[in-house]
Design a protein around this ligand. Structure first.
Ligand code: GDP
Ligand code: MN
Length: 369
């Protein structure tokens, strides 16, 4: 999970790394007050997880509180690289003499933790890979002095929080010769969530994954459902990540495009009504594919959930079922009884039907227009 800048900075702050003074705000009025409190000259910084905010207009330096309010008004609620800006960091402006780069990261290609350092930091660092010195942590000895001290602290943060990345870019050298972390990125290793000391990562609740994604994806996440929107016209409910991915492939292979998918495995069938509502509320959906493969999860239990949702919502669009595995006979009978359609025995047949139904609905709409 990627932390927001202000969450990453809270961790750096605790380890004693120098930061500009800053305040998190969620409204233009708060931005104005925060800027005034910080002396007027501030950086207004969109709190989004994607990099390159500066270049996308998400970091703006202003001279007074009024201008901070104007920028806050512009940024809050806007979309930067697919993320809606919900909060801003108002940060005292720093007079920068030089920008440095430092990151501690897992380098997946080599399976190594490395430290990356450069005397040239800033927004163009990605295109200056030659200027970055990469050293495996195991072979790294921090130098004496303030720069080495920062390296040491970042390495400790990386190790203690079980991060995949701890990056400071720029590490600004001020005109007074001090080193200040102007920007910070931390990505935690989700696989270590269960054993990470919660004290190490403040505010983690607020950082949960519900903060990313489209509006419907976030609504799903808040219900504990996994929905991904894709933009085609076949909505998909399937159980389990593997079957869901296979379903995506099968739709593409038969010339269709999935509108979205929602994994309805585990206990998600108990939330089938909001699940169905979410997948069908996406504009452009023209057919629904329900693909269940039972093993521990029983087809009849999952199907009962979906049928209950169907009765509650009574949607007006074609639906195709593929049902096989544990409980398949009961499940197929339920669909036949309640919807008067025959579930398919193979995924291929159901996919072909759902893709054709969507195409048919699309051409009918064309004719009506
Ligand atoms: P990023 O684009 O997401 O990496 O956002 P950063 O927080 O790194 O900001 C982008 C750039 O804005 C930095 O590299 C700095 O050059 C500049 N910047 C940010 N804050 C300040 C500041 O307080 N003073 C000055 N002079 N420049 C700043
Ligand atoms: Mn940066």
């Amino acid at each position: 999970m990627k932390l927001l800048e202000h969450q990453a900075k809270a961790i750096l702050d605790r380890s004693g790394i120098r930061l500009p003074r800053s305040i998190v705000v969620t409204s233009p009025a708060e931005a104005r007050a925060a800027a005034a409190g910080l002396g007027g000259r501030v950086a207004v910084k969109a709190q989004v997880r994607s990099g390159g905010r500066g270049k996308a207009g998400g970091v703006v330096l202003v001279d007074d509180a009024e201008a901070a309010e104007v920028e806050a008004e512009r940024l809050l609620g806007s979309v930067l690289a697919d993320e809606t800006v919900a909060s801003l960091l108002i940060e005292e402006a720093i007079d920068i003499a030089a920008e440095r780069y430092v990151a501690v990261a897992v380098e997946p290609s080599r399976g190594l933790a490395v430290i990356m350092r450069s005397d040239r930091g800033g927004v163009d660092i990605e295109s200056m890979t030659d200027a970055i010195e990469v050293t495996p942590l195991a072979a790294f000895a921090p130098e004496d002095g303030p720069r080495g001290e920062i390296d040491r602290r970042l390495i400790d943060i990386f190790t203690e929080t079980e991060a995949l990345l701890v990056e400071v870019n720029p590490l600004a050298e001020t005109t007074d010769g001090e080193l200040v972390a102007l920007d910070a990125k931390i990505e935690l290793d989700d696989a270590a969530d269960f054993r990470r000391d919660p004290e190490l990562v403040p505010d983690l609740e607020a950082a949960a994954d519900t903060a990313t994604g489209t509006e419907r994806e976030r609504a799903a996440a808040e219900l504990g459902l996994r929905l991904i929107e894709l933009g085609g016209d076949v909505a998909v409910l399937a159980n389990g990540a593997g079957l869901t991915m296979a379903t995506m492939d099968a739709i593409a292979n038969s010339g269709g495009r999935a509108a979205n998918f929602l994994e309805i495995g585990g206990d998600a069938y108990t939330k089938a009504t909001p699940a169905l509502e979410l997948v069908l509320s996406q504009p452009g959906v023209r057919s629904l594919l329900v693909n269940f493969c039972g093993a521990f999860a029983r087809c009849d239990v999952m199907t009962a959930g979906v049928l209950e949702a169907w009765q509650a919502l009574r949607p007006d669009l074609p639906v195709s079922f593929s049902i096989s595995g544990t409980g398949q006979d009961e499940a197929r009978a339920m669909v036949r009884d309640q919807l008067g359609i025959d579930p398919h025995e193979t995924m291929r047949e159901a996919v072909t039907e759902a893709v054709a139904a969507a195409a048919e609905a699309a051409s009918t709409q064309e004719v009506e227009r």
